[in-house]
Write a protein that binds this ligand. Structure first.
Ligand code: ARG
Length: 430
């Protein structure tokens, strides 16, 4: 009995001890976009405890004692944005043969600068779907250890590709040997490659299922792995608990990838109604980089892009936007993926306007970059919404992003895990 009597007192002591150590931040603003309900909420008050959201209430609700306050009058809060398709270690200024002027580790440093630009633009989570030298794993570790500012990274490490395909180095003559680190042909080699990339830090698997634009010698619509190969790769990845993203512009490649069980189709440019129906049946997401065309056609030549790539872009760019509109209308699950690296990092949000021009409502475009993206990552408990339990990743913009989605291009405040990364144009980043 004596002991039992002590319990309430003990737990009070314990509570006091945790409270003393808990880092609590309370954020208020005029409005908040509730991406789960698809509506705007007025006068929100969000509490973040030790990096995770612990309360979503209205202003006037009690504020935890000792909490730091971030009051943002006139602003609208949104969850930190998610870009499902970036290449942090690429810079569009160096296209075609221009990257050859630099040493290998130059690209790691480029990634450091781009990670900062990305998080300051309001993208607190990215999926990096292709880099060399396990640079994305290095960036993730450096960000987590607090050495550099940057988003949460889901790294794919290398993009896997077939010999002579989009993810092989096809721009060299036979006498020039390139490392071919992630070139694999046939089901067995593909299974082994998935195992190797996971071993060294891949948290998602990316492969090139059809031709591409920026590669020099392949045909953009042509399929580059057959169904058996795709199935082997996907089965292996899923067995290991990893999701799979496929680079696929071409119609047959998109369909076979969906049949093989791929989780996200990147680009999806030449998808047709049958592909949309398959995607809906399998629950496959489309990640369409619909802004890219503007940048590539305007700047590509100046940046040294292969003339073959410019020709391919002219074939595929507008068609991709038409496909985007049709896929949205058909009800395919859409996620926000820009391919930043092909256009400048930190300007990821430009794509929202293109998505709205081509058939989405602003709310749909925002959901593609938040709640739906988190679902496609398999991390709905962590990111993608202002909801209890998820990370304290918030952004704030002046103006109404639902009336004018371009407001997302000027993010005034970025909070990641309860820590201010940027406020009113000033970077709090180290
Ligand atoms: N990385 C992609 C590729 O090389 C970029 C495609 C850009 N063009 C576009 N219309 N989305 O295929």
């Amino acid at each position: 009995m004596q002991r039992l009597k002590c319990l309430p007192f003990l737990s009070l002591l314990l509570l006091a001890a945790t409270a003393a150590h808990a880092d609590t931040v309370v954020v208020t603003a005029d409005h908040m976009v509730d991406v789960i309900a698809g509506r705007v909420v007025d006068h929100p008050q969000i509490t973040i405890t030790d990096g995770r959201i612990s309360d979503v209430a209205s202003q006037g609700a009690p504020v935890a004692a000792g909490a730091r306050r971030i009051d943002l009058p006139g602003m609208t809060l949104l969850p930190g944005l998610i870009d499902m398709h970036v290449h942090l270690t690429s810079d569009p200024l160096f296209s075609g043969y221009r990257p050859l002027e630099f040493t290998d580790n130059f690209w790691t440093v480029v990634g450091v600068a781009n990670a900062k630009r990305t998080v300051e633009a309001g993208f607190t989570t990215v999926r990096n779907v292709g880099s060399s030298n396990y640079d994305d794993v290095a960036l993730k570790q450096a960000i987590e250890q607090g050495y550099i500012p940057g988003p949460r990274i889901v790294p794919a490490t290398y993009a896997i590709g077939a010999t002579g395909g989009h993810c092989d180095d096809t721009e060299f003559p036979p006498s020039i040997k390139t490392p071919q680190t992630a070139v694999a042909d046939g089901p067995e080699a593909l299974r082994a490659m998935v195992r190797k990339l996971r071993k060294y830090g891949a948290e998602v698997i990316k492969f090139c299922g059809t031709g591409g634009v920026l590669s020099k010698t392949d045909t953009v619509g042509a399929q580059q792995y057959d169904l058996t190969e795709m199935k082997a790769l996907v089965d292996e990845a899923h067995m290991l608990g990893l999701r799979v993203a496929v680079h696929a512009h071409g119609t047959s490649g998109i369909k076979d990838a969906i049949r093989a069980g791929v989780d996200t189709i990147e680009h999806a440019s030449l998808g047709d109604e049958e592909a949309f129906a398959l995607a809906k049946q399998h629950g496959t997401y489309f990640s369409m980089d619909v802004y890219n065309d503007d940048y590539i056609l305007a700047e590509g030549e100046k940046n040294g892009l292969f003339k073959e790539s410019l020709e391919k872009e002219r074939m595929v760019g507008r068609k991709q936007r038409e496909t985007f509109r049709a896929a949205t209308k058909a009800g395919v699950k859409m996620i926000f993926g820009t391919d930043a690296g092909v256009y400048p990092h930190g300007t990821n949000a430009k794509q929202f306007v293109t998505m709205v021009t081509w058939g989405m409502t602003p709310m749909q475009a925002i959901q593609a970059a938040t709640v739906t993206a988190a679902e496609a990552l398999g991390r709905p408990g962590d990111v993608g919404a202002i909801a209890v339990g998820r990370f304290g990743d918030l952004i704030a913009v002046a103006g109404d992003p639902l009336a004018n989605v371009a407001a997302l291009q000027s993010v005034a405040v970025v909070i990641k895990g309860g820590a201010v990364v940027k406020q009113s144009g000033q970077s709090a980043a180290k």
